[in-house]
Design a protein around this ligand. Structure first.
Ligand SMILES: Nc1ncnc2c1ncn2[C@@H]1O[C@H](COP(=O)(O)OP(=O)(O)OP(=O)(O)O)[C@@H](O)[C@H]1O
Length: 679
């Protein structure tokens, strides 16, 4: 990384210095002769630039008459079921149409709650529910191929907080770039994005978030954009990429978006309150008022249009964005200010605002919608895509482009094994702080030493104490891994949704990587615990018995972890899962066979679903032999197997207990996997 690269270098892509030209002129970037991704004879640097800066396969995005409604609740509770009565539908989007071509940057403006996020999510193919109307990408519906060519930056940045900027982008590159690129090339792509987005200065800083201090909000947003840029998306959709940022950083981000658009991409962004400097960078704007469009077209013609329908700004020097946002709220230059009106006046004012909004919606339908509808329904020649006729006439470069496009159309960008190994490494790195957290180690060490002292050199003569220690093993190493595991998927949910909706990896590779990644710590801590407590507690001084005890405890840990994963994945709510697992563990504790020896028959079945019961039984089975005796009264010796607490366990064939645990180990993990599939 060049040491002199400073943030001021941002952005350095070729289009950065270009003047804002019409999108029609810009389509030259999409010419196939320019989009050769990796022609031989070029340096690495220029190869990367080609891939990053020109769209491989431009997309014309069209949306027609999009309408989306939600059913909210009235708040009245039904007497019997406590459910709420459904309210009539509320329109979040109402007849929104538009067209964005490669090379264009469209901004969606509107007051808070006007439906911008809903619209951009619908265009990204991620909106589920009652969406009507059509969205097409080069005249085709949304598909996995489109998904892979689409970058979507959500309003909240979903990035791992403990990875550095470079690590974040490198892992994304390794996962998202096609398998035909070498590992080295992918890493170089990530480095190029780091420098292109002016992130060089903070590339080794952790992202941060929550309680972890990391890079700034603007830098984090650029990392999110960089993650999408890595795959050289043909269509880039962003939800409020500038919210919460200072005007300079916001301008930098919008300037990057414009540069990306100039590279032949179709870029759509929602934006809250752009300054006039930012506004000038947009090619087109779409203004929403309560879900209905009031303007759609050239950004430069907005004042002219509203002037033509009788809405003039109060002064000559007004930011067009402020002006249209006021209009979208129903506020015109004639509307009285808040502090100038009383309660009655406010009611009048609301009516006035509603009538302004209605008048703007009607004007849109009358003046803007007919030509827009005509433009949207026109079929555009596919000569902007490599599959078009122009492509056929071109030389060997095209072969490379077509190959790359085909790669992007594969179901998955990388092999299962590659996904697994990258996800495993990324997970280990991200969670290393928590896996090896001093607090966890301290907790396990202190509990093991304390229990070792409490059971210090217990003897078979004190059979009840010894059996209690074995029961404690099964319960402690049931609770602890279960509680750790229930948080796994609720915490990972946003990342999983984000990455799975981008089609980056298979669920199976993620799932197995996650389970394997958690294993070392899940197994190391109980090993330390058992080693300390077993010998301090005076259990059978035999290496083979110790090893068997350890294996049973580790087996129990894996089953408990599976239960926790399944509960977390099914409920997807850590609080609910924690409550349910407390109840479950309490049931297992009571039904385990240690506290209550004579459980009534009608409820005795509970122990068969308790993994702690099987673990406890196995621990007793390996600890004692049939010929062992204990002092059951003064001068009296009884067989250990006749001790009430052991007799009731019905010790017999260990194989069944091992099999029961194996079944649970498998079933709970399958349950968790199936629950994740429905995310
Ligand atoms: N799934 C949903 N459940 C309930 N309300 C919803 C849902 N989706 C959207 N809405 C409502 O639809 C309206 C539009 O929401 P949306 O997030 O699209 O607005 P926005 O313009 O992006 O707002 P902001 O600028 O504040 O982010 C809001 O009133 C929101 O509460």
């Amino acid at each position: 990384m060049p040491p002199n690269e400073q943030e001021s270098s941002f952005p350095k892509t070729p289009g950065a210095n270009q003047s804002v030209t019409s999108p029609v002129q810009e389509t030259r970037f999409s010419s196939p002769s320019h989009v050769t991704p990796c022609p031989d004879g070029l340096s690495h640097q220029s190869r990367q630039s080609f891939v990053l800066r020109q769209s491989l396969r431009p997309i014309i995005l069209k949306f027609e008459e999009l309408t989306y409604s939600i059913t909210s609740q009235t708040g009245k509770r039904s007497y019997w079921f406590g459910s709420q009565e459904p309210k009539p539908n509320r329109f979040v989007l109402n007849g929104v149409s538009g067209i964005v071509k490669p090379g264009e940057l469209l901004a969606m403006l509107g007051p808070s709650g006007s439906g911008k996020t809903t619209l951009v999510t619908a265009l990204a193919g991620r909106l589920h529910g009652k969406l009507s109307g059509t969205v097409s990408y080069n005249e085709e519906p949304f598909s996995s191929a489109v998904k892979r060519k689409t970058g979507f930056v959500t309003q909240e940045d979903v990035i791992y907080p403990h990875l550095t900027v470079l690590e974040t982008l490198t892992y994304t590159a390794l996962l998202r770039l096609p398998k035909e690129l070498t590992r080295k090339e992918k890493i170089e792509q990530a480095e190029t994005v780091v420098s292109d987005l002016g992130l060089t200065r903070c590339c080794n800083s952790v992202i941060g978030g929550g309680l972890v201090r990391g890079i700034s909000g603007g830098e984090r947003k650029r990392v999110s954009i960089g993650q999408e840029m890595l795959v050289n998306p043909s269509l880039l959709l962003l939800d409020e990429p500038t919210s919460g940022l200072d005007s300079t950083t916001a301008a930098r981000i919008v300037s990057t978006l414009r540069t990306l658009a100039r590279g032949g991409r179709t870029v759509v962004t929602t934006i809250h309150q752009p300054s006039s400097r930012l506004y000038r960078m947009f090619d087109k704007v779409l203004v929403l008022s309560e879900g209905s469009p009031i303007y759609s077209g050239d950004s430069g013609r907005v004042m002219e249009y509203f002037g033509s329908i009788g809405f003039q700004p109060g002064s000559n020097f007004v930011n067009p964005a402020d002006f249209v946002l006021d209009l979208a709220n129903g506020i015109t230059s004639d509307t009285k200010q808040y502090d100038q009106v009383d309660i009655n006046g406010r009611l009048d004012r609301l009516e006035e605002q509603n009538s302004v909004k209605q008048s703007l919606i009607s004007s849109y339908k009358k003046h803007l919608y007919p030509p827009l509808k005509e433009e949207v329904s026109r079929t555009y020649p596919q000569d902007q895509t490599v599959n078009g006729s122009r492509a056929k006439s071109l030389t060997s470069n095209i072969t490379i482009v077509v190959t790359i496009c085909r790669l992007y159309e594969d179901r998955w960008p990388t092999s299962w094994w590659m996904q697994f190994s990258v996800l495993l490494k990324r997970g280990l790195k991200e969670r290393s702080h928590e896996s090896f957290s001093g607090l966890r180690i301290f907790m396990v060490m202190s509990v093991s030493i304390l229990s070792g002292l409490l059971w210090w050199h217990s003897r078979v003569a004190h059979i009840q104490d010894q059996v209690g220690l074995l029961f404690f093993f099964s319960i402690f190493w049931g609770f602890f891994p279960l509680f750790n595991a229930i948080f796994t998927f609720p915490q990972e949910r946003p990342m999983l949704i984000k990455e799975r909706s981008s089609g980056i990896y298979r669920l199976s590779s993620y799932y197995i990587a996650r389970i394997v990644g958690d294993l070392p710590m899940e197994l190391i801590l109980p090993t330390i615990f058992v080693t300390i407590t077993y010998w301090m507690g005076g259990l059978k001084p035999s290496l083979s018995t110790f090893l068997l005890t350890l294996m049973i405890v580790l087996y129990n840990v894996l089953v408990a972890q599976g239960v926790g994963l399944a509960l977390g994945a099914i409920l997807m709510d850590a609080k609910k899962a924690a409550t349910l697992s407390s109840v479950l563990m309490l049931v297992f504790l009571l039904a385990g066979g240690y506290y209550i020896q004579h459980i009534p028959g009608f409820i005795a079945w509970l122990k068969y679903i308790s993994f702690s019961h099987y673990c406890y039984k196995l621990l007793v089975e390996v600890q004692y032999t049939w010929d062992e005796v204990y002092e059951c009264g003064p001068g009296l010796h009884c067989s250990v197997m006749d001790y009430e607490g052991i007799k009731n366990l019905r010790i017999g064939n260990m194989m069944w207990d091992v099999l029961a645990l194996a079944l649970m180990l498998f079933l709970y993990r399958v349950l968790a996997y199936l629950a994740l599939r429905n995310l």
